[in-house]
Write a protein that binds this ligand. Structure first.
Ligand code: PLP
Length: 400
């Protein structure tokens, strides 16, 4: 089948929810992926910040193969070893005490909010409201659509579930103003990822944490994208000197397998038996893979590597900014990086990069996002920069 045939099939068979790049990927290894025509790409999307260790990392493949031959699924009606081992690792390397496993980021946030509401019922006179930020992204369930402070995700689904108040990001006064006796929690991303790679002031989260403690409400951090080494530390909260009461994880922790989790401090661990659940959550197959991936990250200090290579990448992008005056901003932490323009050239640039063998993400009409696997090297960054430079040059001087 040709690329056009695949595209026709997709148009016919799928609910049309996403604009796909015109390429059908069939194979991947490390930071490289191949399409059905045999073309090779450098993948700086990493499955949306998910393939932390690149495509088909040997440690994950090995864990999956072994677990697939041993025990694939049981439900959480029974104890299983991979789930317990993954829980141990997450608790040992985070500031939190207990974990619940689910399957996605949206579910991890849903569970976090349910836990906060339960806390509100038990400890805060039935408080149920959760304060979130504009330009946030917390997932696609109906409740997380209400939590996500972007009208483009909300308009089609009103009326939205109640109990979410969206306020300005990076503004602690806005949170204070929205807090009432009905508030049970504040839910924030340490860096807003989908919303634009928006990095808050260094003291923002610290101020929010102080406010939450003063009011006795919970601080929930959505580390679905920033967690698992993406921003240069295992969890982004470590860089801001705060400790969340609840933390949501997904994307990168499984290095490609679908897994989510939320973790809570002991004081916030208020679920009773039967109050939450998931059929697939904590499935032995994905837990074995995630355990192998996370252990590899920790043993090989991958977050520090992401920080080093991320800084190198930022410097290189900074010099591109010097050369192309339509680049207005370069920002990022670790390997979560955005490049912004004063023109809506995101789609054009994405296609130009694709044609030259580099996969990138269009963050906004006027911005690209880079979220390569955390194992990329300076050499691969140089290669990507070379391609980007060519693509930017074509946009600056279009061929007629
Ligand atoms: C991707 C993302 C989600 C949603 O995760 P899904 O696995 O797509 O449900 C939630 N929060 C943040 C910060 C994300 O980046």
């Amino acid at each position: 089948m040709s690329q056009n045939d695949w595209q026709d099939l997709e148009k016919k068979l799928f609910l049309q929810t996403i604009k796909r790049a015109p390429v059908t990927l069939v194979r991947g290894k490390g930071a490289r992926a191949w399409d059905d025509q045999g073309r090779k790409y450098l993948d700086f999307t990493a499955g949306w910040a998910t393939n932390s260790l690149g495509h088909c990392p040997p440690v994950v493949v090995k864990a999956l193969e072994k677990q697939a031959r041993t025990l694939i699924h049981t439900s959480s009606q029974f104890y299983t070893v991979p789930q317990l081992e993954l829980a141990q690792l997450l608790i040992q390397y985070s500031c939190l005490n207990r974990v619940f496993f689910c399957n996605s980021g949206a579910e991890a946030n849903e569970g976090s909010v349910k836990l906060a509401r339960r806390y509100g019922k038990l400890r805060l006179n039935g408080a149920y409201e959760v304060i979130t930020a504009y330009n946030s992204f917390h997932g696609r369930t109906l409740a997380m659509t209400a939590a996500t402070g972007q009208s483009k995700f909300q308009e089609s689904y009103t009326p939205l579930p109640i109990g979410f108040i969206n306020v300005e990001y990076n503004n602690v006064e806005a949170i204070k103003g929205a807090t009432s006796e009905k508030t049970c929690a504040v839910l924030l991303e340490p860096i807003q990822a989908e919303g634009g790679v928006n990095i808050p002031d260094n003291d923002y989260l610290k101020k929010v944490q102080s406010w939450c403690r003063e009011k006795g409400i919970l601080l929930i951090l959505d580390e679905v994208q920033t967690g698992a080494g993406r921003t240069g530390t295992l969890f982004a909260y470590e860089q801001y000197g705060v400790e969340p009461d609840i933390m949501a994880l997904a994307k990168g922790i499984g290095s490609g397998v679908p897994i989510g989790a939320f973790l809570a401090k002991e004081a916030a661990s208020v679920f009773s038996l039967g109050e939450h659940g998931s059929t697939f959550g904590g499935n032995p197959l994905v837990c074995a893979a995630a355990h192998a991936a996370l252990k590899y990250q920790i043993d090989h200090k991958i977050p520090a590597q992401a920080k080093r290579v991320g800084n190198y990448f930022l410097t290189k992008l900074g010099s591109l900014k010097q050369q192309f005056d339509f680049i207005t901003d370069v920002r990022g932490r670790g390997l979560l990086i955005a490049l912004e323009f004063n023109q809506e050239i995101g789609d054009k640039l994405l296609l130009a990069c694709l044609n030259k063998g580099l996969l990138v993400n269009r963050l906004k009409p006027n911005a690209l996002r880079f979220m390569p696997p955390l194992i990329i090297t300076e050499k691969e960054v140089d290669e990507a920069i070379g391609i980007l430079k060519e693509a930017l040059g074509e946009i600056q001087n279009p061929k007629h």
